[in-house]
Ligand binder design. Structure first.
Ligand SMILES: Nc1ncnc2c1ncn2[C@@H]1O[C@H](COP(=O)(O)OP(=O)(O)OP(=O)(O)O)[C@@H](O)[C@H]1O
Ligand SMILES: [Mg+2]
Length: 263
């Protein structure tokens, strides 16, 4: 479904600021696989997602989604394949548009031109149904501007928007990090539900080890642009925070946040 072969990316090559963000990276996901990605700051996690989404060009290697070499496609042409939710709740939605307008845009995203724009009656019913599953009461606020929603509500909405277009690959980059513990827990639960219902192939970056273990069927740990530890479905079932900590400990010079470890 998603395969990355020998993908490398260096920022500012040959300068004093040179950063090797991805180093000859291989990753292969089957349809419905849900991999969580952990690693210290600057490990290359976001770069990995940006490479898949086409936000940044890669230097070498190949990225295939469903047999299509997407690394040759521009970011907007990949929108059909890729859905994503960012860490920043403000990033995924348009604040000046209403909830239903945002949902309409999500529906149109990546579709062929010619599909009617705007909010039809039929769509409105569908939106209300989808929103009701979030259990945040948003189904009664279809005409409210998204800018009025809380961060958690916006993240839940972003997730719904990313999910209901049925992307081949869903990319989540610390999408619960900016939320309070209660909202983070809600969005985490939603994530599991939306991914499962849609059978979505998913890559989720998180600094929360508990969450990295709880969600998905696979896990990778990155360091300095490489995958330094990988747990398959079987291994992941018995994985503990302590075991992950031990793996982290093996990486010389790796540092990370104590609170995130305990999360
Ligand atoms: N657009 C960019 N321009 C220049 N350098 C970049 C860019 N994006 C990332 N980098 C560099 O690439 C390396 C990997 O960054 P990346 O954002 O992928 O790390 P990360 O694992 O997501 O870290 P964090 O946990 O802090 O989000 C870092 O050294 C970073 O400074
Ligand atoms: Mg990042």
């Amino acid at each position: 479904m998603l395969s990355m072969d020998g993908v490398s990316k260096t920022f500012f090559p040959g300068s004093v600021n040179e950063r090797r963000a991805l180093v000859d990276l291989d990753l292969r996901l089957d349809t419905g696989d849900f991999v969580t990605v952990i690693g210290s700051n600057g490990a290359g996690k976001s770069t990995l997602l940006n490479a898949v989404a086409g936000r940044i060009p890669i230097d070498s290697g190949r990225i295939d989604i469903d047999g299509t070499a997407v690394n040759r496609l521009k970011e907007h042409r990949r929108a059909r394949y890729v859905g994503r939710v960012f860490q920043d709740p403000m990033a995924g939605t348009a604040p000046d548009l209403t909830i239903e307008q945002n949902l309409s845009l999500a529906l149109l995203r990546g579709r062929r031109r010619g599909l009617a724009r705007g909010v039809t009656k039929k769509r409105r019913v569908r939106f209300a149904d989808e929103l009701a599953t979030l259990e945040l009461g948003l189904e009664n606020r279809l005409k409210a501007k998204v800018g009025l929603l809380s961060g958690g509500q916006r993240q839940a909405l972003s997730l719904l928007m990313a999910g209901f277009t049925h992307p081949r690959v869903l990319l989540l980059d610390e999408h619960t990090a900016a939320l309070d513990p209660q909202r983070a827990a809600l969005v985490t639960t939603l994530t599991g539900r939306i991914v499962e219902q849609g059978g979505l192939t998913t890559v989720m970056v998180t600094h929360n080890m508990q969450q990295a273990i709880a969600l998905g069927n696979r896990l990778i740990m990155m360091h300095e642009g490489r995958i330094v530890f990988s747990a398959d479905e079987q291994t992941k079932k018995t994985l503990t925070v302590e075991a992950l900590m031990a793996e982290f400990g093996k990486i010389k010079g790796a540092t990370f946040d104590d609170r995130a470890m305990l999360g």
